[in-house]
Design a protein around this ligand. Structure first.
Ligand code: SF4
Length: 103
């Protein structure tokens, strides 16, 4: 039977790959500054996309761990909130006085 689910609406912003250090499940991908060691920042592409780990595959994570717990739509909504949280991290302007400006 064909899969009639709508695909995960990934915008390819790359924020999940730029913040692997934030999650224990992806921390082993951290190249040392929070960014995945397989992420190509200039193109926002994964250099091992076809062989990327299961943790990077939304469909696979759903099938492995979440399908008994929630609908695909609820899982997508949950992950989409995560995307927006990561996007907001980088969009947050630095508060006045919080930087390392000289006195
Ligand atoms: S392995 Fe690829 S998809 Fe997974 S976090 Fe790294 S760059 Fe992103």
């Amino acid at each position: 039977m064909p899969d009639a689910r709508a695909p995960f609406p990934c915008s390819q912003c790359g924020k999940c790959c730029e913040h692997v250090g934030n999650l224990a499940a992806t921390a082993d991908l951290d190249r040392g500054d929070g960014v995945c060691k397989f992420y190509e920042q200039t193109t926002r592409q994964c250099r091992i996309y076809d062989q990327r780990p299961d943790i990077c595959r939304v469909d696979r994570q759903y099938a492995l761990h979440y399908q008994p717990l929630m609908s695909w739509e609820a899982f997508v909504a949950l992950n989409t909130r995560g995307c927006k949280t990561l996007q907001a991290l980088d969009d947050t302007p630095t508060a006045p006085g919080s930087g390392a400006a000289p006195d």
